[in-house]
Design a protein around this ligand. Structure first.
Ligand code: NDP
Length: 249
């Protein structure tokens, strides 16, 4: 396997690939949407805030790659099974398949000890970060099976591999994300679908700012600088790479 952190894609690597990115309105998801669109992908921008998604839509249109993105508005905190089914039906009608599914959206929750952690915040974090990814994966699997080279990417974190004090539900949700990715990868070990995790590492986004308000942001990498492993996993060069958890930094 090449060093995916230095992966350098061909200019049209993702041409004709249909890729759904959750949490594409901001941070890493937005940067990935723009990069993948630049490489030719047809992007479905998922998020909960239409105005923010429309801004990203306009930025992709301005790239002038000739492929219009789509917008899918689903609030992962409140979506019910009908919302997921409607999204999958829209994808089936519009595209007939999915080549990439990037589970990027997450929330941080509170930075408290387990003893002090608020139970409703715990449930919300676990729901948005884990249960919603499960529900979305389930409705998207039939669409991914229509692809010749399908790839699912889950987003992990350093605190999803080694537990750390005061990271509460967020850390536990990222351990669960690694588990979901491994189980799904193993279930498809003999098929075309590859399933992997990516750990972005410290990146200059609103989530990082909320977690470390006093930090010098200038020392952090920008989202645009950490995308190589995502692109590697979305494109054909990662065929047969599955059940892995890759670091971006
Ligand atoms: P941001 O907070 O910048 O972006 C999160 C995205 O998720 C936004 O688009 C946000 O939408 C969306 N989102 C949040 N809640 C919901 C919801 N209920 N329904 C729909 N969309 C929602 O985070 P990052 O870009 O930093 O994080 C991206 C991923 O990387 C996450 O999984 C995070 O855990 C992981 N990560 C980040 C690190 C970092 O240092 N930044 C380090 C390790 C992991 P909206 O714009 O409406 O808020």
């Amino acid at each position: 396997m090449p060093d995916h952190r230095n992966y350098s894609p061909a200019p049209d690597l993702l041409r004709d690939r249909i890729v759904l990115i959750t949490g594409a309105s901001d941070g890493i998801g937005r940067a990935l949407a723009l990069r993948a669109a630049r490489l030719g992908a047809q992007i479905i921008l998922h998020g909960r805030n239409v105005q923010k998604l429309e801004k990203v839509y306009d930025e992709i249109e301005a790239l002038d790659r000739g492929v219009r993105p789509s917008i899918a508005v689903v609030d992962l905190a409140s979506a019910d099974s009908d919302a997921y089914r409607d999204l999958a039906e829209m994808l089936l009608k519009e595209f007939g398949r999915l080549d990439g599914l990037v589970h990027n959206a997450s929330i941080l929750g509170d930075r408290f000890s387990i003893e002090q952690y608020d139970a409703s915040t715990w449930q919300r974090v676990m729901h948005v970060n884990v249960t919603a990814a499960f529900a979305l994966t389930q409705v998207c699997l039939p669409l991914l099976h229509q692809s010749d080279d399908p790839s699912i990417i889950f987003t992990s974190s350093g605190v999803g591999r080694t537990g750390r004090a005061f990271w509460g539900a967020y850390a536990v949700s990222k351990f669960a994300t690694e588990g979901l990715s491994q189980v799904l990868a193993d279930e498809h070990r003999h098929g075309k679908l590859r399933v992997n995790c990516v750990n972005p590492g410290a990146t200059r986004t609103n989530m990082r700012l909320a977690a470390y308000p006093g930090e010098n942001r200038d020392k952090l990498k920008r989202p645009e600088e950490i995308l190589a492993p995502y692109i590697y996993l979305l494109g054909p060069d990662s065929k047969n790479v599955t059940g892995e958890s890759l670091d971006c930094q």
